[in-house]
Design a protein around this ligand. Structure first.
Ligand SMILES: *Cc1c(COP(=O)(O)O)cnc(C)c1O
Length: 373
């Protein structure tokens, strides 16, 4: 029986589906009856190396002050981050993960009658946010799985308030070059906000890749979002940030919940930022893991989408959900992409060597058993 208060729920929430995360290790361990340590999770683009050892020490030291609220302005962390990025502290907005920064952007700029433009196969948080706020969805069909920027320009209309561009994109790994991004930004009307989501940018060192932060002076309607959840290995602590003009940051700050990033997270991110050696190890592990997957997929005749992220997406001949289930029975968790309009694809996060080998071994077993075709 429906409860009376259900009628109070806003209309757009009825059409909302919750975010689907990767399957937890504990759940799969229970399902197949093995210890959690036997399970390999390559489903959430997490950092397989764990966090920097320096972060562990910082967390323990921070514990003695846990009865106090964190610094609401995060002065210490922002001074380190601004120096690292070469921007002023007033250009940084912090979030409980970069998802919270996206949320603040939505609450400032989106609502009924306003539209968010994003690509097909884009990060699931954009449609969820747009729907939550009762805004209009402008979904641009993907081209070769990536964001079609010229088609996006054609679709901008009076309602378009925010454009989400992800570089590189999750879950496809596709990317936009410096030349392409510049040409796009020059043609976007000055009143339309462009959110450049660079969650995976630390993994990329190709010459042709744009660095959004360097473009901020030229484009006052641009905001770049980044995170400590991926390359910095702090997904469990929830730290992300946005970089934009001081004016834009001031507007976002109005809707930022008080004390939104906790003290341990702030301290950890400060320390993580300064451990260049750790970041180097992360990038080299990711590169070698990706090369291993690519050569394995070539050997097995499995098509993959070239990726600049810490994951690689493959094409399956059966439903990705079905393949993911078969892999889970072999102790490997991957991410099916039906909710990204890619029902025949599977996203695999790059893990440690042994994890990657276990994953390829499990896929190879499926191929041999005739369960792939
Ligand atoms: C993982 C990811 C994020 C980061 O989310 P956090 O809230 O910072 O953990 C943002 N955007 C994209 C495209 C991602 O894949």
């Amino acid at each position: 029986m429906e409860k009376a208060w259900v009628n109070t729920i806003q209309a757009q929430i009825h059409e909302l589906h919750p975010y689907l995360p990767g399957k937890p290790i504990e759940a799969v361990a229970k399902e197949i009856g093995v210890a959690p340590s036997e399970i390999v999770k390559l489903a959430s683009n997490e950092n397989p190396l764990g966090c920097s050892p320096k972060v562990r020490e910082a967390i323990l030291a921070e514990l003695s002050d846990i009865n106090r609220y964190p610094d609401n302005d995060a002065l210490d962390f922002k001074s380190k981050l601004s120096a690292h990025l070469g921007v002023s502290e007033s250009q940084i907005i912090l979030g409980n993960g970069s998802c919270e920064v996206l949320d603040m952007i939505g609450r400032v700029f989106l609502g009924p009658g306003k539209a968010a433009l994003y690509s097909q196969h884009a990060f699931a948080v954009y449609p969820i946010l747009t729907q939550t706020l009762g805004a209009i969805h402008q979904v641009v069909p993907a081209q070769s799985y990536g964001h079609d920027l010229s088609e996006s320009l054609k679709r901008i209309n009076d309602q378009t308030a925010v454009i989400f561009v992800t570089n590189p994109n999750n879950p496809t790994g596709t990317w936009i070059t410096k030349t392409e991004l510049l040409a796009f930004l020059q043609q976007v009307p000055a009143h339309v906000i462009v959110v450049l989501d660079e969650a995976y940018i630390e993994y990329v060192n190709n010459e042709d890749m744009p660095n959004g932060v360097e473009l901020l002076n030229e484009f006052p309607n641009l905001i770049v979002t980044r995170t400590f959840s991926k390359a910095f290995g702090l997904a469990g602590l929830r730290v992300g940030y946005g970089v934009a003009s001081p004016e834009m940051v001031a507007w976002l700050n109005r809707v930022r919940p008080p004390f939104n990033v906790d003290a341990i997270a702030l301290k950890s991110a400060s320390v993580a930022l300064e451990d260049a050696e750790y970041l180097e190890a992360v990038i080299s592990q990711n590169e070698s893991g990706k090369t291993f997957f690519e050569s394995s997929f070539k050997r097995l005749g499995i098509h993959y989408i070239p990726s600049r992220g810490n994951f690689i997406t493959i094409e399956c001949r059966r439903k990705g959900g079905e393949i993911a289930q078969s892999l889970e029975k072999r102790g490997v968790i991957t991410r099916p992409l039906a909710n990204y309009e890619m029902p025949y694809h599977l996203r695999i996060s790059i893990g440690l060597d042994a994890e990657n080998e276990k994953c390829v071994g499990a896929i190879e077993a499926l191929v041999k058993e005739g369960m792939w075709d």
